[in-house]
Write a protein of this length. Structure first.
Length: 276
């Protein structure tokens, strides 16, 4: 009897999990929006607003003060810095020369934004451009025969899929066109993993996975669930090595944003932990 390649998920188990998570094609758009909206509902700002309104309407000052306390605590750089460091604690930046060889180098999307240019749409870097340049360095050091770029494109995005823009960057940096592959359009990490497995089309291929350090635990879990053997190569570290200073104890908006980001990423990890 022919055995199913290990990278293909069990059909019955997959259907039951898809039913549980509502990700049949007809519900895909709803899932994407839910995935983006749920972190907002669970964000510190939402909690602060609820507590403040509750305290005001019930005339219970201690409830309103609880909301203010949460706001101050989440806005402290000392707190947000520790939380971001926790997301990245399992990884350190490694020289590309020390990476193991693999069947492919996979660079995940999420580093380019579309803007208005003089001649129409233009593209510029977001905060994770280290991903593509690490991928280029790895392929130029012959760590794998293929460089796979994911075609990230959300339903509300305009312009080309991100992978097409990244391909041009790779070509400009000396990567031969014949080693570059771009996945079909994808909208999340789960789809990226399945699209990469489809391109490689072999039993348990080994990939060097390049993504931001905070994103790596979630991405690695999803790629392994898709049947790929993952060698993580984390870049784009958000936490630095600094001495404590007085400004760490003064609340600011950036720190509040980072705390909210931590909660959003933890929700994403929980989602995929339950799914897989």
């Amino acid at each position: 009897m022919n055995r199913r390649p290990c990278w293909q998920p069990n059909l019955i188990a997959t259907r039951s999990k898809r039913a549980a998570f509502g990700i049949f094609p007809g519900n895909l758009l709803k899932m994407i929006y839910l995935h983006k909206l749920l972190p907002l509902i669970a964000s510190p700002l939402f909690l602060v607003i609820i507590l403040f309104l509750w305290g005001t309407m019930s005339q219970r000052k201690w409830i309103s003060l609880s909301g203010v306390s949460i706001l101050v605590l989440c806005s402290l750089p000392l707190v947000s810095g520790k939380l971001i460091a926790h997301l990245e604690q399992d990884y350190v930046l490694k020289p590309t020369a020390t990476a193991n060889t693999a069947d492919a180098i996979v660079v995940l999307s999420g580093m380019v934004r579309t803007i208005e240019g003089v001649d129409g749409l233009a593209y510029e870097w977001g905060e994770a451009s280290d991903r593509i340049f690490a991928g280029i360095d790895l392929i130029n050091k012959q760590k794998a025969p293929l460089l796979i770029l994911t075609g990230g494109k959300l339903p509300w995005s305009v312009g080309r899929p991100e992978g097409e823009y990244l391909e041009k960057i790779a070509l400009k940096n000396g990567v031969p066109s014949e080693v570059i592959r771009i996945t079909e359009n994808v909208q999340n990490t789960d789809q990226e993993a399945k699209a990469v497995a489809k391109i490689l089309n072999k039993t348990e291929p080994n990939v060097i996975l390049v993504t931001s350090a905070f994103h790596m635990p979630r991405a690695q879990k999803v790629f392994e669930a898709a049947g790929l053997s993952v060698s993580p190569y984390a870049v784009d570290f958000l936490s630095g090595v600094d001495k404590a200073k007085i400004m760490d104890f003064i609340p600011n908006a950036d720190a509040f944003k980072n705390t909210s980001f931590f909660i959003r990423e933890m929700i994403g990890r929980l989602y995929y932990h339950l799914k897989y």
